[in-house]
Design a binder for this molecule. Structure first.
Ligand code: ADP
Ligand code: MG
Length: 262
């Protein structure tokens, strides 16, 4: 049993405070959904957890089993068991999927075998494994590929940043079932960032949190996602008396990795 613990986390970018004191705790085998409107800081949280260098952490801590991750490089956080499936996966032409995963999973024939098994489970065609990482992949193929990497690397905790965006219903079902199975097979803890409760019908959350204005403003059980379907974020924000987005944040494209291609 491991615990990913985020305490009073505040972070800025270009001098603008985006995260304003986030508290979250995810245990092994648990699924936590993090919902929130556009611009509420969800992707920022995922980048800060993974240690992207242009985000400045101004307070708080991020620990796995009590060990502080702040100050560690991204690869060191990954080695401690943290994995991020990005909202906009980066294309890396020239680096084959199979070579990336051989290197990341310490290589050997067992990696190749696991990779083929997992590819079959996720309905990824074998020829994709010898293509460049995400090179020319469709939105849905990229998300399957993120899930394939997750399954092969078998981390302790996975942050899934809108894994459901760009997926058709079949892909959504394959991806969410695979992640749900990992919570049982390898005791994976999941922080699933999503706008929509659609993802949460297959990937059943134990807890649902709503991020608004850079803070978790309300947490609850799966019924909170249903309530959001009815009220919308504006309605919930009005009920709670909070601002839905980060006040005063720059109105630039929300994610510099944004890929307009899908
Ligand atoms: P969400 O994922 O919830 O839609 P983001 O975390 O992407 O929200 O963005 C939250 C706010 O932070 C937005 O106003 C966005 O413009 C701003 N922001 C995020 N990343 C950057 C960045 N690298 N530079 C400047 N502003 C950023
Ligand atoms: Mg986002």
């Amino acid at each position: 049993m491991s615990v990913l613990k985020i305490t009073d986390l505040a972070a800025s970018v270009d001098g603008h405070e985006i995260l304003r004191g986030v508290d979250l705790e995810v245990g092994s085998g648990e699924v936590h959904a993090l919902m929130g409107p556009n611009g509420s800081g969800k992707s920022t949280l995922s980048h800060v957890l993974m240690g992207r260098s242009d985000y400045v952490v101004t307070s708080g801590s991020i620990t796995i089993d009590g060990e502080e991750l702040l100050g560690l490089a991204t690869w060191e956080r990954a080695a401690r068991g943290l994995f991020l499936a990005m909202q906009y996966p980066v294309e890396v032409p020239g680096v084959k999927v199979i070579d990336l995963l051989r290197a990341a999973a310490a290589g050997g024939t067992s990696t190749d075998r696991r990779l083929s098994e997992e590819a079959a489970r996720l309905a990824v065609e074998p020829e994709f494994l010898s293509r460049g990482v995400n090179d020319g992949f469709s939105g849905g193929e990229k998300k399957r590929m993120e899930t394939l990497q997750l399954a092969v690397l078998a981390p302790k905790f996975a942050i899934l940043d809108e894994i459901d965006s760009g997926l058709d219903v079949d892909a959504l079902r394959d991806v969410s079932r695979r992640v749900e199975a990992m919570t049982e097979e390898t005791d994976l803890g999941v922080l699933a960032i999503t706008h929509y409760s659609r993802l949460l019908t297959e990937l059943r959350p134990d807890r649902v949190h709503v991020l608004m204005g850079g803070r978790v403003v309300v947490s609850g059980g799966p019924e909170l996602a249903d309530r959001l379907e009815e009220t919308g974020y504006e309605g919930l924000a009005a009920d709670l008396g909070v601002e839905p987005t980060v006040p005063g944040a720059p109105s630039i494209p929300a994610d510099p990795f944004a890929d307009p291609g899908f």
